[in-house]
Design a protein around this ligand. Sequence first.
Ligand SMILES: *[C@@H]1O[C@H](CO)[C@@H](O)[C@H](O)[C@H]1NC(C)=O
Ligand SMILES: *[C@@H]1O[C@H](CO)[C@@H](O)[C@H](O)[C@H]1NC(C)=O
Ligand SMILES: *[C@@H]1O[C@H](CO)[C@@H](O)[C@H](O)[C@H]1NC(C)=O
Ligand SMILES: *[C@@H]1O[C@H](CO)[C@@H](O)[C@H](O)[C@H]1NC(C)=O
Ligand SMILES: *[C@@H]1O[C@H](CO)[C@@H](O)[C@H](O)[C@H]1NC(C)=O
Ligand SMILES: *[C@@H]1O[C@H](CO)[C@@H](O)[C@H](O)[C@H]1NC(C)=O
Ligand SMILES: *[C@@H]1O[C@H](CO)[C@@H](O)[C@H](O)[C@H]1NC(C)=O
Ligand SMILES: *[C@@H]1O[C@H](CO)[C@@H](O)[C@H](O)[C@H]1NC(C)=O
Ligand SMILES: *[C@@H]1O[C@H](CO)[C@@H](O)[C@H](O)[C@H]1NC(C)=O
Ligand SMILES: *[C@@H]1O[C@H](CO)[C@@H](O)[C@H](O)[C@H]1NC(C)=O
Ligand SMILES: *[C@@H]1O[C@H](CO)[C@@H](O)[C@H](O)[C@H]1NC(C)=O
Length: 629
Amino acid sequence: MPAMLLKALAAAVALLLGPLHAQAGACNRTCLEGQMSDYLTALAAHDPSPLPLAPFVLYTENDQVIPIGNGEWQVVSSLGNYRHVFSDPQSGQVAAITTITENGMGAIYIARLKIDSGGIREIETQITRDPNGATLYEKMEKPEDVWLEAVPVEKRISRDFLISQTNKYYSGMQNNNPNGNYSFFDKNCSRLEQAVQTTNLNRSTPYSHSNDTVFSSLGCEAQIQTGFLGFVTSIRDRMFPVVDEERQVVFAITTLDHNGTVRFLRDANGTTSPIPAYFDIPRTLQAMEGFRLNGDKLFRIEMNLIELPYGSISPFRPGPALDRSGAGNNQNTTIPCNGGCLDGVVVQVLHALEAHDYSSLPLAAGVRYSENGQFLALGDGLWETIGPIAMPGVDGYAARFSDPSSGTAAYWGLTMEHTTPGVLALRVKVDNGKINEIEAIDVRAESSGPRYGTTTLMRPPLPVEWPADRSLGKLDSSFQGNQTSFTDVRPRLSLLYFNGMELHSSLTIPFASGCLRRDNGFQGNLSCAAQIEGNGPAPNGLYNLTSTVHDVRILVTDSKRGVLMAVAMVDSTATSPGPMSATKRIPSTYMVPQLIKVTDGVITRVEGMVKWMPFGYNSAWSGEATFSR
Ligand SMILES: *[C@@H]1O[C@H](CO)[C@@H](O)[C@H](O)[C@H]1NC(C)=O
Ligand SMILES: *[C@@H]1O[C@H](CO)[C@@H](O)[C@H](O)[C@H]1NC(C)=O
Ligand SMILES: *[C@@H]1O[C@H](CO)[C@@H](O)[C@H](O)[C@H]1NC(C)=O
Ligand SMILES: *[C@@H]1O[C@H](CO)[C@@H](O)[C@H](O)[C@H]1NC(C)=O
Ligand SMILES: *[C@@H]1O[C@H](CO)[C@@H](O)[C@H](O)[C@H]1NC(C)=O
Ligand SMILES: *[C@@H]1O[C@H](CO)[C@@H](O)[C@H](O)[C@H]1NC(C)=O
Ligand SMILES: *[C@@H]1O[C@H](CO)[C@@H](O)[C@H](O)[C@H]1NC(C)=O
Ligand SMILES: *[C@@H]1O[C@H](CO)[C@@H](O)[C@H](O)[C@H]1NC(C)=O
Ligand SMILES: *[C@@H]1O[C@H](CO)[C@@H](O)[C@H](O)[C@H]1NC(C)=O
Ligand SMILES: *[C@@H]1O[C@H](CO)[C@@H](O)[C@H](O)[C@H]1NC(C)=O
Ligand SMILES: *[C@@H]1O[C@H](CO)[C@@H](O)[C@H](O)[C@H]1NC(C)=O
């Protein structure tokens, strides 16, 4: 190629790349703050179209991927005044802790944007539904000045050092060792949690779910020296996306697992107290928080939490590699049947769960285990927390099912984790004599006891609650029958059933006239059809709230017992007209395992459970559904 042409080409390329390149480096603090301001303005206007979105922008709300414009974009009624913006021109990222009202109710709203010359590529948001916290933030009006001051250059530490000092906070809290070295805290360090000061308090205020009134009176370092935070068994996927070197501030996002194995909390004075019932079961929390350093010490912490289904992994983070070391054991043991003994297989799995030991099970090398839609390592979750399980044929609330044609065994019954009851829907898939899938769906009782009880953190009230003190009684005997003559349980039934739920219409659902239906043990006096149509006062009106039904999956069809077990995710967009009760105000997804009894081709009985999930939730199995619509 002639030199002149090359030169011209280079000039053209420079012309093309030049402005883009300049732009990439040019989003300084002013520019990033402007982007955040534009983003929030667009949110309040319910219209993302003015934003410079990259073509494949990844947008999440509380870790769920949903199309931008849906979810929170439909329900934000106003922006609050408190706005704490974190800017990092080097990484092109900006985050804000701010407040909104959604359908008129206060919430803490956090957004992180990642921007480059192509536009906004990532939008990660967390909505902490804590009206009290939102009110406190509004009273503060703005962040404490120390967050916003430029630190003299000679007093700054490097970007990497800022991150590594911040990371020590997480390493210290994980399995909180009272004898650790916590000198990374400034002596005057203080912390806000959802805008509540939780350090150095003079008044005796119980901390979090505990009754401990000493903890909040201590400073950051003294608190962690008590070992009191030992219920946090893992802090994973630690991200430090926004580092503001000028202000010596780090904005971090982390996932905190509480695997339910820690049974005692150490009090500040060295005595122990029982663990609050909230930690009876495995829980995952996500924290988005800012850290202001003073020299190399943590000086201010501003933390905001949400709860996610245990084991949740953000689409923005790689997540932990699953430990499959338990898989492929018992190489030479197989299940010597392909049908009749599936009933036995499910009991074998229940016994293994009770024993917290899967080593006796004939597991395929690639065996997958999930709980409430999240893949977990075998041995995690219920494998550590479960106590007695109601046994089919022995206890009143338990039944088992099987489908030899697909090699599926299943169970529906009561579990107990420490003091917390649950209803477990279990699916076990056997292939070539080995178990290759175990899927657990466990809806636990949630009660609003002392110190927030066992309720999923900051979820709205359900139309139909299952408090721990309400017994479910017996599972209807029609589910517990022995195998009898063949009944055609058409998979199509679940399509009709869930379609009806989506449309609030029973027109096409083949309900028997005397059909009875319960949600979380509540029956009321409405027929199956009337419940689906949402007629009548709450809690029967559950399905009137709902819009899309997705991730519909059949767990088992047992044609000899005439039973179909299925699960679906039912969205409530919180946009319905009419009065907005607390139940309706927040975009939500209900996970609804259903046990459906079929007699002579019609539905005679339904036992359903309801668990609240973040809006847009899909199980990890979705997409490889055993049944798709
Ligand atoms: C940020 O960039 C804009 C435009 O490039 C410039 O006008 C402004 O002065 C810069 N602000 C700061 C604080 O550097
Ligand atoms: C604690 O860590 C700091 C910083 O690394 C170090 O200077 C100090 O010696 C440590 N203290 C103890 C008792 O190990
Ligand atoms: C803590 O703050 C107080 C009041 O602002 C100040 O007098 C004191 O020197 C500070 N202590 C340390 C160790 O920085
Ligand atoms: C706590 O009480 C002490 C002594 O009563 C007082 O000096 C201090 O200002 C109080 N601190 C706060 C944060 O109220
Ligand atoms: C230790 O502190 C707890 C409250 O945090 C209190 O209930 C208990 O009585 C204290 N025990 C002793 C021995 O002081
Ligand atoms: C806290 O106190 C309440 C009321 O006295 C009690 O019911 C609860 O069990 C206590 N929680 C813990 C974890 O000790
Ligand atoms: C499984 O069987 C094969 C062939 O019979 C044998 O070589 C192998 O040692 C056995 N493995 C185990 C773990 O028992
Ligand atoms: C649960 O947490 C405890 C305490 O940190 C730990 O020993 C155990 O290995 C954890 N379980 C799993 C499955 O990681
Ligand atoms: C099921 O069969 C077993 C043994 O054949 C019998 O003991 C039991 O009563 C039967 N149960 C029902 C509900 O028919
Ligand atoms: C059904 O229950 C509601 C509320 O509990 C009650 O008002 C109504 O009268 C009942 N209807 C019938 C037919 O029993
Ligand atoms: C539920 O929706 C149906 C039709 O959409 C309506 O007829 C009924 O009145 C609604 N019920 C309630 C409790 O809002």
